[in-house]
Write a protein that binds this ligand. Structure first.
Ligand code: PLP
Length: 380
């Protein structure tokens, strides 16, 4: 009997980076500047350098990053914000927290990224109803891959819509030879532990090339204060990144490129060895994935559920992203106009995410493939 293969193994990573981590944490314990200490600034500089963005503003989570960016656009009632339905709830909840209306858009059946044709249709509907003012598109870089940024930029510019990138899953990905981070007015990142660059708790960041917006986001993350404390310019948030998290993330950034390479290697191994009736993830053209999620597609829901059960029986972790599109969720149903979004509605029945992380060992990944191959033979 072979050992188990967890869906994610953060303890193996911690063991690997332990000697790098300790001195950084000790330094924070020595200076005791636990909020907006020097590590936060250092991390912001490293982040902006890494993505070639002029500014990086570290915040408390990916969700707060999105919230601050929408607040920076004065998003509120009677405004429409377009976003894919096939995403994590955070992308949509921030819109409703500000009293605006999320307009759910379908995704591409091959890449799962926001579908431009659906976006155009949804936009035209909003325009013709004359109830909401179209304001913002939040495009999600899903599963580690980039959204179709060139098409999005063209569409957003022609309709005077503001483009925001929810890059929570795709920090480190490359689009047309550029690291993601500068495709939209603002790009939001998440450092939730399971993301490609994960902290030991919640964390996030906003990237932007716009000097004024950068200053605004800095103010919004810290109670709307101006350059001086206790000088309140606007209503803001308490959405700062802890210094300890910044120290952890700095350590992980040091090994991040190596980790991305390792993820790519695992993805190629899976691609090569998957049986024919299991479709590997389709690559977005001209891009490099950060491989937050390696999502295969089965021929039917029955087959997907059967494979998942077989993996579970063999102690191999797997996950389903996303079993239910947002416009079907109880919390969002009432904000949706009933338009069918067929890809988002069906895909959750066919997809399965396999373990992919830098510390996945060679014998573990071959164990995954062995079990999948046996399942394919038994179910052909
Ligand atoms: C994880 C995630 C978020 C939210 O990030 P948090 O740091 O958990 O708040 C937002 N959008 C997407 C697509 C995500 O995957």
């Amino acid at each position: 009997m072979s050992g188990s293969v967890p869906f994610l193994n953060l303890s193996a990573q911690r063991t690997r980076i332990n000697s790098l981590l300790k001195p950084r944490l000790d330094r924070v314990f020595e200076h005791c500047q636990f909020v907006l200490g020097p590590e936060v600034q250092e991390f912001e500089q490293r982040l902006s350098h890494y993505c070639h963005a002029r500014h990086a503003i570290a915040v408390s989570s990916g969700t707060d990053a999105l919230l601050a960016v929408l607040m920076g656009e004065d998003i509120g009632p009677d405004m429409a914000v377009f976003l894919p339905s096939f995403t994590y709830t955070a992308t949509a909840e921030v819109v409703l927290l500000l009293g605006a209306t999320p307009i759910f858009v379908d995704v591409d059946p091959e890449t799962f990224q926001i579908d431009i044709a659906s976006l155009k249709k949804r936009y035209n509907t909003v325009l013709s109803l004359k109830k909401l003012v179209p304001k913002v598109i939040i495009a999600v870089d899903l599963f580690g891959q980039p959204a179709p940024w060139d098409e999005l930029k063209e569409f957003a510019a022609s309709r005077k819509l503001t483009l925001i990138a929810d890059c929570a899953q795709s920090f480190g990905a490359v689009y047309k030879n550029r690291k993601l981070g500068c495709e939209a007015l603002a790009t939001t990142l998440s450092f939730f532990p399971s993301k490609p660059l994960g902290g030991y708790g919640d964390g996030g960041a906003i990237l932007t090339n716009d000097d004024e917006k950068a200053a605004l986001y800095r103010s919004l993350r810290s109670h709307g204060e101006g350059k001086e404390r206790y000088n309140v310019q606007r209503i803001g948030l308490n959405a700062r990144l802890d210094t300890l998290q910044a120290a952890i993330l700095l350590t992980k950034l040091d090994v991040f490129e190596q980790e991305l390479q390792k993820r790519e290697e695992i993805a190629r191994y899976y691609d090569k060895h998957l049986p024919l009736n299991i479709t590997p993830p389709q690559r977005v053209p001209y891009s490099k994935s950060a491989w937050a999620i390696y999502c295969v597609t089965l021929e039917s829901r029955e087959k997907r559920d059967s494979l998942r059960q077989t993996l579970t029986d063999n102690n191999i972790g797997s996950a389903i992203y996303y079993p239910k599109p947002l416009h079907f969720q109880p919390a969002y149903k009432k904000y949706h106009d009933g338009t069918a979004l067929p890809v988002s509605e069906s895909k959750g029945g066919y997809v399965l995410a396999l373990p992919i992380y830098p510390d996945l060992k060679d014998d573990e990944r071959s164990q995954v493939i062995k079990v999948i191959k046996k399942w394919a033979k038994d179910n052909s």
